[in-house]
Ligand binder design. Structure first.
Ligand code: 1WB
Ligand code: MN
Length: 341
């Protein structure tokens, strides 16, 4: 039996310059709910420093690659970790996105079969973001785009961001909407018990983002725009029946814009999901049945999740070998323009 190619699709990295800028930002006063977790990652001071993710984020070609070798993981699709550049002022954000994309392209050039990457951009400056997207996809050859949900508490259904969506669609660049902590308007009851981040807040934030985009009619304007969401679809597809039913009702009541399709149709047409951070065979089984095995991609969520259990999950979960091949690499190759072997 030939070994199946394994491409993990939500794998985080950072660069020292972004880490330093975040460390500075986290020292200052900040109302963002991101401060709880992100502060702990970048501010190694007493009271923080509960996580040590930073080493894993800054290392790509050394220990990470060795572990990939040991486990037989062929490729990480890398993305600049949350919150990306989205908490900086526009000039800093544009500069750091460009730098991160250049570094990513250099890593990929050194290991073209081991790494691929999603391009960062600064939504704070939509037109400069479009130019960076054109450069990162067209010139650097990166594989898609990453955005860490809201920017200054605004979501991509806001028409001021539509030039970004237009560019993504024009380049057939799948836009991965990765979480960051919920926006100020959402954060109220999520500030205690560790609910700000991966346990609950991240899913609430990205799920809200995805539903806003569908409800706003974004996918009538950009019918070929492709969005990827992680963490087993942030459970959005569990809600599709009710979302569709109730959005129809909201439209008839004049509370939501009329759209050409129902939410279930947009989700199947315009979205794919990854398994990052969810090693639950039943949730995967539901996802495959609901969306089709061609809409689900394997991801680890390294370094926030260890590689080995995520790999063991996908190797052992009860799917057909045809489905396993789709999940492990074929969908990633198709969606993120990774050359098949
Ligand atoms: C965690 C997960 C923390 C992610 C993160 O910080 C990110 C966590 C930026 O598990 O605590 C993530 O990317 O899923
Ligand atoms: Mn992640």
């Amino acid at each position: 039996m030939t070994k199946i190619r394994k491409i993990a699709t939500e794998e985080a990295f950072s660069i020292p310059e972004v880490a330093a800028a975040l460390r500075e930002l986290m020292k200052g006063p900040l109302g963002s709910l991101d401060k709880l977790l992100v502060g702990g990652i970048y501010n190694r001071e007493p009271g923080y420093a509960i996580h040590n993710f930073l080493d894993g984020l800054l290392d790509v070609e050394d220990r990470r690659l060795r572990q990939m070798d040991e486990l037989g993981i062929d490729m990480h699709l890398l993305s600049l970790t949350a919150p990306g550049v989205q908490m900086f002022d526009a000039d800093t954000a544009c500069e750091l996105a460009t730098l991160a994309n250049d570094r990513l392209a250099e890593i990929i050039a050194r290991h073209p079969l081991r790494f691929a990457g999603l391009a960062s951009f600064a939504p704070q400056a939509p037109h400069r973001a479009v130019r960076e997207i054109e450069r990162a996809i067209g010139k650097l050859g990166l594989n898609g785009l990453i955005v860490n949900s809201h920017t200054n508490n605004e979501y991509l259904d806001d028409p001021k961001y539509w030039p970004i969506l237009e560019a993504a669609e024009a380049h057939d660049a799948c836009l991965y909407i990765h979480p960051r902590a919920p926006s100020d308007g959402l954060k109220g009851p999520l500030q205690e018990y560790g609910m700000d981040s991966a346990m609950w807040g991240y899913g609430v934030e990205v799920g809200t983002h995805a539903v806003r985009m569908m409800a706003a009619g974004v996918f009538d304007r950009f019918p070929n725009l492709r969005i990827c969401i992680g963490h087993m679809g942030e459970a959005v597809h569990f809600w599709l029946w009710r979302l569709t039913f109730m959005n129809g009702r909201a439209q008839r009541a004049g509370r939501a814009p009329k759209t050409k399709l129902g939410m279930d149709e947009y989700f199947r047409r315009n979205f794919v999901i990854t398994t990052s951070g969810v090693e639950d065979p039943l949730a995967l089984d539901y996802s495959i049945k609901k969306l089709g095995a061609d809409h689900v991609l394997w991801a680890i969520d390294y370094p926030y999740q260890p590689m080995e259990p995520a790999l063991a999950f996908m190797e052992s979960t009860p799917v057909t070998e045809e489905q396993r091949a789709l999940l492990f690499h074929r969908n990633a190759e198709r969606i993120f323009h990774i050359k098949p072997l």
